[in-house]
Design a protein around this ligand. Structure first.
Ligand code: HPA
Length: 272
């Protein structure tokens, strides 16, 4: 089956369950899944039910697609994402974004947990992603281009929609939520970075580092979707003073910050 057929099969399955127009698609990062609890009148679809969807394997990722209402808007949330380090190919990692667009979704909110490389950040901060660096060593657009999905050589001059950055900053200001802004660097993982790697990633312009998001954002831009990206800074990834890190610490800090994440995103969706 080619990619287009696969997308259509997944789309048809979802449309059978709910076929009303959706305003925004949301990808919930590690520890940030509680936003899904706020969705009303919802239908929950397990990933394993959806044709073409693999099953997510990471702790803190539920593996559910949720369609419902949030702040008066119709939303589709992906609670759990697919990472390159899990061994999926890039087409699989980004497949849910292809399906979102096939469902008519033009706006995407992407979130993640990330290490803070900018020394002015603190664990628990939220960071608006203003730009990214793809340091994964692969690209989801390598291979046959489907012209019906997007161009062979997509523009990436504005991968995170400036109007939405402005809007989310206004929301943060009005809600008194401290917000950072910066460049997200994606690495493949699954190991966390060495001190030398972090010094390099900071030197090349990164403010935060993580193992996701960039493939999804590339594919969203390929299809002309408008993206807002928010990182939750869960630990300090400083080359000169690096402390041992494990996944439970990442989940723990994301859990502490999720309240303000949920408050901010709800306000943003309301004003969208
Ligand atoms: N590095 C990479 N990925 C991460 C980190 C980190 O420090 N924190 C959360 N995700």
């Amino acid at each position: 089956m080619d990619l287009i057929e696969k997308i259509n099969k997944a789309k048809e399955y979802i449309v059978e369950i709910d076929n009303s127009p959706i305003n925004v698609g949301i990808i919930l990062g590690t520890g940030l899944g509680t936003l899904a609890d706020e969705i009303e009148n919802k239908r929950i679809i397990k990933y394993e039910e959806i044709p073409g969807f693999p099953v997510s394997t990471v702790v803190g990722h539920a593996g559910e697609l949720i369609i419902g209402e949030l702040m008066g808007k119709k939303v589709l949330a992906l609670n759990g994402r697919f990472h390159y380090y899990e061994g999926y190919d890039m087409e699989t990692v980004t497949f849910p974004i292809r399906v979102m667009k096939a469902l008519g979704i033009e706006n995407m909110i992407v979130s993640n947990a990330a290490g803070g490389m900018n020394p002015s950040f603190e664990p628990g901060d939220l960071m608006i992603i203003e730009d990214h660096i793809n340091f994964i060593g692969n690209n989801p657009l390598i291979g046959k281009n489907y012209d019906e999905l997007g161009p062979r050589f997509p523009d990436m001059s504005n991968p995170y929609y400036k109007e939405y950055i402005k809007l989310v900053k206004e929301c943060a200001m009005d809600l008194n939520i401290k917000i950072q802004q910066g460049v997200y660097v994606a690495i493949s993982g699954p190991n966390y970075e060495t001190s030398a790697e972090l010094r390099m990633l900071r030197l090349i312009g990164g403010d935060a580092v993580g193992m996701s998001t960039v493939p999804e954002v590339i594919v969203a831009n390929h299809m002309g979707m408008k993206v807002l990206g928010v990182s939750c800074i869960t630990d300090m990834a400083l080359g000169d003073s690096l402390e041992p890190l494990d996944h439970s610490k990442v989940v723990e800090t994301a859990n502490k910050a999720k309240g303000k994440f949920v408050t901010l995103i709800k306000e943003y969706i309301k004003r969208m």
